[in-house]
Design a protein around this ligand. Structure first.
Ligand code: NBG
Length: 800
C-alpha cells in the first residue's frame, strides 16, 4: 500500500491559510487579532493538513477492512498539540516564516496553547506517546478516553505548601477537536435484571449520554493520522420542563448537572483509588461508550460477530477499563445471543491488559455492594466468568470474587489473551508476586513490553539544538528509526564534536536559567550541574531521599566552604495527590530547605534548590533538554518502568538511579560505566525489611545521615514551627518502609561520583553523549511494534 506523503506546503500558502482562518473561521481582521486568535488561526491551518492525512488513513483502513487497535485509557496526557502537528508535518520553517510575515513571533504563539492535562503521570503520558507512534507506524488505531472538563489540578505554592486549583483547559479555545453529535450512545447504570425464556435483560434505572469528540493525532511526516475519541457526558433528558414551568429553575437544570459530573474531573491520583462510586461510573461510562462504538464500526464492515478478534484488538490501560471484560461478554451473550463460553472466548480474543504498578493500594477492587448496585448484570457475569475459570482450573486457590470484592486485576488477567508488564524487571516481579498463581495456570499469557517515548516530541521538538547536531552528523533517519542514534558513536570520539554537543546542552541550560529568572524570580548558575527530579510525588519515588542528601551536602559544604565543591542546582517538580498528606509535607520540606539554602551566603552559587510549581508536559519539555543529572531513585521493585528516565537519557543526561523499572534496561543499553548506580536490589529490599530496626541501624552507621535528619527534626528549616517535620524524621528513622535510611549511604557515594565526573568535562560530555547515542531502543515506536506483533496481531498500512 503506497500512502502519498502530504503535499509540500509553502510559506505563502500557509500564511494565506492563517489569514483565511483568522477572518472566516474566527471573524477577526488581522489588525485586530490577539495572541489567541493567531494561535487558533495557525492551529486551524495546520489542522487542515492533519485532517487530509486523517481522511486518507481512515479511507485506507475502511477499504482494507483493517484490524483496528483500540486503546482504552482513563488518561491521555497529551499536553500541547500545535508544535507536535507542525513538527510532524515538517512545517516548522514555513510556520515560523509565515507568522513572521504577519508580524507574529512563532514561539510566543505556540506558548499560548493550554497544556491539556488529561492524565496524572507516566501512565497517561505513555498513552499519548503510543497514539503518536501508532500513527507514525501507520497502524489503524483509536484512543478512547474521557473528555474531562477539569484535567489534573493546577499546583501553586503558598508558604511552601501545595495549593490546588481547578484546571480549566477548556476555558481557552481548543483547536483540535471535532464534536461528533451523531456519535452518541446512551449508557445505563443500576436498575433491574429480568430473566425471561432463558434470556437475561438488564433494565438500567438511570441513563447518561456519551457524546464523542475526535482529535486527530498525526504521525511523523503526516503519512497517517489516527483518532483520539474522548467521551463527554450529557443528560439523556437534559431539561426538566415541568419543573421549569413551576418556577423551580434549579431542579429543572439538575439532570444536566448530574450527568455532567461524570466527565467533570480526572481523579487526581495515579496510585490510590478514591471517589469510589463516581470513579466506577466513569470507568463504565468510558468502556460502554467505546464498546458500542467499536461494535458499530465492526458491524458496518463485517457480518459475522465471531470474527471480532480478527478485526478488533482492545488494550486495557491498567485495570481502569477492566469492566470491558464483563460488558463485552454481556453484549455478546445477552444481546447477541452467543453461548456464554463462546462469548467469553471471543471477548478474550479481543482483550489484552497492561499492568502499570505492583503497589497493592493501587490494584483496584470494588466492593460487591457498590459494584452490584451500579452494574447488577456485570456482577452476575463476573461470577460466571470466575466460575468458568475455576472449573477449567480446579487447582486455583485465589478467586477474583473473594472477600465480597470484585478484583479488577485478576478479572483483567482472566479476560485477556495477553497481559503485559512495562519493563523487564516489572514483568518478572508480576509473575512472582501479584499474578503468581494466574501465571502458573497460564504461563503463556504474561509478556513484557518495555515502555518507550516518542522521539518526535521528546527529542526533535523539545531539543532543537541537539536534534540539529544529530541530523547534521548522521542525517534525519533517526527520527523514525531511533536506534540509528548509534551512528553517533564515532563522532563522539571527536573532541570538536563533543564541544558542539556540550554547547547545545549549555545553551539549553542558559535558556532554562533565563526562564527561571523570569518566571520564578530565581537566578541560578548555568555552569552548575543541573540535577533534576521531576515526577509525581510519592514516597516510593523518594524525593525525600534526594532532599536529605542535599541537606547533608550543604552541611558538609559549610564544614569546608573552601573545598573544591561541584556546584549544583537541585531542581524538583511534581504534584502530590490532594489527599496524600505525607507527599504534600515533602513538597513543603523541599521548599523550606530551598529557602534556607538559597539564602546562605556561604554556599551561594554552589548549591541551590528549586521546586518548580505546576509540573506538566510543557515544563518537562523545558527541563529535560537542560538536565545534566537525572534522578531515578525509587525503592527497587516499586517503579514499574518510568518513562522520564528514558527522556533524560535520550537528551544526554546521566542517570543516578537504582536497579528499578526500566533503569535496569537503560543501564544495560548505555553501559554501566555511563550510569551512576546505587542502592539495594528488589530482593535486597525484601530481605532488608525483615531486619529489625533497619533504619536505626543505618542511621547509626552513617553520621552524615544522622546529622541531616537531626536538622530536619530540630526545625533547622522550619524555625517558625520547630516540630513541623518531626513526623518526617520519625518516619525515616522508624518503619522506613521505602528504605530511605538504608539506601542513603550508597546514594551519597554515587552522588559524589557524579560530582567528580562532572568536574572533568571531557569525560562527562562523552558519557552524556553516549547516553543519547545508546537510548534509541527506548522509542515508543519499538514498544508499539512489540504490541502489534506479540499482542494485537495488527499491521502497518504504510509501505516504507
Ligand atoms: C505508572 C508507573 C510508571 C510507569 C507508567 C507507565 C501508574 C499506575 N503506573 O513506572 O508508576 O512508567 O505507569 O507504564 O500510573
Amino acid at each position: 500500500m503506497n500512502i502519498a506523503t502530504p503535499p509540500q506546503v509553502s510559506t505563502n500558502t500557509l500564511r494565506d491559510a492563517i489569514v483565511r482562518h483568522l477572518c472566516y473561521s474566527f471573524g477577526r481582521e488581522p489588525d485586530f487579532a490577539g495572541l489567541e486568535d493567531w494561535r487558533m488561526a495557525l492551529s486551524y491551518a495546520i489542522r487542515d493538513h492533519i485532517a487530509d492525512s486523517w481522511f486518507r488513513a481512515a479511507g485506507t483502513a475502511r477499504r482494507e477492512g483493517a484490524k483496528r487497535v483500540y486503546y482504552l485509557s482513563m488518561e491521555f496526557l497529551i499536553g500541547r498539540l500545535l508544535e507536535d502537528g507542525i513538527v510532524n508535518l515538517g512545517l516548522v520553517d514555513q510556520a515560523r516564516e509565515a507568522l513572521a510575515a504577519l508580524g507574529q513571533d512563532y514561539d510566543t504563539v505556540l506558548a499560548d496553547e493550554p497544556d491539556a492535562a488529561l492524565g496524572n503521570g507516566g501512565l497517561g503520558r505513555l498513552a499519548a506517546c503510543f497514539l503518536e507512534s501508532l500513527s507514525t507506524l501507520g497502524c489503524p488505531a483509536y484512543g478512547y478516553g474521557i473528555r474531562y472538563e477539569h484535567g489534573l489540578f493546577r499546583q501553586s505554592f503558598q508558604g511552601g505548601r501545595q495549593i490546588e486549583a481547578p484546571e480549566t483547559w477548556l476555558l481557552q479555545r481548543h483547536a483540535w477537536e471535532f464534536e461528533r453529535p451523531e456519535a452518541l450512545f446512551r449508557i445505563g447504570f443500576g436498575g433491574e435484571i429480568e430473566e425471561t425464556g432463558g434470556k437475561v435483560l438488564w433494565h438500567p434505572a438511570e441513563h447518561v449520554d456519551a457524546e464523542a469528540y475526535d482529535t486527530p493525532i498525526v504521525g511523523w511526516q503526516g503519512k497517517w493520522a489516527n483518532t483520539l475519541r474522548l467521551w463527554s457526558a450529557k443528560a439523556s433528558d437534559p431539561f426538566d420542563l415541568p419543573a421549569f414551568n413551576r418556577g423551580d429553575f434549579a431542579a429543572a437544570a439538575q439532570p444536566e448537572a448530574l450527568a455532567r459530573t461524570i466527565s467533570r474531573v480526572l481523579y487526581p491520583d495515579d496510585t490510590t483509588e478514591q471517589g469510589r462510586e463516581l470513579r466506577l461510573k466513569q470507568e463504565f461510562f468510558l468502556v460502554a461508550a467505546a464498546l458500542r462504538d467499536i461494535l458499530a464500526r465492526f458491524d458496518k464492515e463485517h457480518s459475522d460477530i465471531r470474527k471480532l478478534p480478527e478485526k478488533v484488538a482492545i488494550q486495557l490501560n491498567d485495570t481502569h477499563p477492566a469492566v470491558a471484560g464483563p460488558e463485552l461478554v454481556r453484549i455478546l451473550h445477552d444481546e447477541r445471543s452467543l453461548p456464554f463460553e463462546e462469548a467469553m472466548e471471543i471477548a478474550r480474543g479481543c482483550l489484552s491488559y497492561t499492568n502499570h504498578t505492583l503497589l497493592p493500594e493501587a490494584l483496584e477492587s470494588w466492593g460487591e455492594d457498590l459494584f452490584g448496585r451500579l452494574l447488577p448484570r456485570h456482577l452476575q457475569i463476573a461470577d460466571l466468568i470466575d466460575n468458568a475459570h475455576y472449573e477449567a482450573n480446579p487447582s486455583r486457590t485465589q478467586s477474583m470474587r473473594a472477600d465480597h470484592q470484585v478484583k479488577m486485576g485478576q478479572l483483567s488477567f482472566v479476560m485477556a489473551h495477553k497481559v503485559n508488564g512495562v519493563s523487564a524487571l516489572h514483568t518478572e516481579l508480576m509473575k512472582e508476586t501479584v499474578f503468581s498463581e494466574l501465571h502458573r495456570l497460564h504461563p503463556e499469557r504474561i509478556v513484557n513490553q518495555t515502555n518507550g517515548v516518542t522521539p518526535r516530541r521528546w527529542l526533535l521538538a523539545c531539543n532543537p539544538r541537539l536534534s540539529e547536531l544529530i541530523t547534521e552528523t548522521i542525517g534525519d533517519g533517526w527520527v523514525a528509526d531511533l536506534e540509528r542514534l548509534r551512528e553517533l558513536e564515532p563522532a563522539i570520539e571527536d573532541a570538536a564534536w563533543r564541544e558542539r554537543f556540550d554547547a547545545a546542552k549549555r545553551a539549553n541550560k542558559v535558556d532554562l536559567s533565563n526562564w527561571m529568572a523570569e518566571a520564578q524570580g530565581v537566578s541560578v548558575n548555568p555552569d552548575a550541574m543541573f540535577d533534576v527530579q521531576i515526577k509525581r510525588m510519592h514516597e516510593y519515588k523518594r524525593q525525600h531521599l534526594n532532599i536529605l542528601e542535599t541537606i547533608a551536602l550543604w552541611q558538609e559544604m559549610k564544614d569546608a566552604p573552601n573545598a573544591d565543591w561541584t556546584p549544583r542546582v537541585v531542581l524538583f517538580a511534581g504534584k502530590a495527590a490532594p489527599g496524600y498528606a505525607f507527599a504534600k509535607d515533602i513538597i513543603r520540606l523541599i521548599n523550606d530547605v530551598a529557602a534556607v539554602l538559597n539564602a546562605d551566603p556561604e554556599t551561594g552559587g554552589k548549591l541551590q534548590v528549586l521546586f518548580l510549581p505546576n509540573y506538566n508536559v510543557t515544563l518537562a519539555e523545558r527541563l529535560i533538554p537542560a538536565a545534566d543529572l537525572s534522578e531515578q531513585i525509587s525503592t527497587a521493585g516499586k517503579e514499574a518502568s518510568g518513562t522520564g528516565n528514558m527522556k533524560f537519557a535520550l537528551n544526554g543526561a546521566m542517570t543516578i538511579g537504582t536497579l528499578d523499572g526500566a533503569n535496569v534496561e537503560i543501564r544495560e543499553h548505555v553501559g554501566a560505566e555511563n550510569f551512576f548506580l546505587f542502592g539495594m536490589t528488589a530482593s535486597d529490599v525484601t530481605e532488608r525489611r525483615k531486619i529489625e530496626s533497619h533504619a536505626a541501624k543505618a542511621i547509626e552507621a552513617d553520621p552524615r545521615l544522622a546529622r541531616a535528619l537531626q536538622a530536619v527534626r530540630g526545625g533547622a528549616f522550619s524555625p517558625d514551627e520547630v516540630d513541623r517535620y518531626t513526623h518526617v524524621a520519625d518516619n525515616i528513622a522508624g518503619a522506613d518502609y521505602f528504605l530511605v535510611a538504608s539506601d542513603f549511604t550508597e546514594y551519597w557515594r554515587a552522588s559524589r561520583e557524579a560530582d567528580a565526573a562532572f568536574r572533568d568535562p571531557a569525560t562527562w560530555i562523552r558519557k552524556a553523549a553516549l547516553n543519547t547515542a545508546r537510548s534509541g531502543w527506548f522509542s515508543s515506536d519499538r514498544t508499539i511494534r512489540g504490541y502489534m506483533q506479540d499482542i494485537w496481531a495488527a499491521r502497518s498500512y504504510l509501505s516504507d
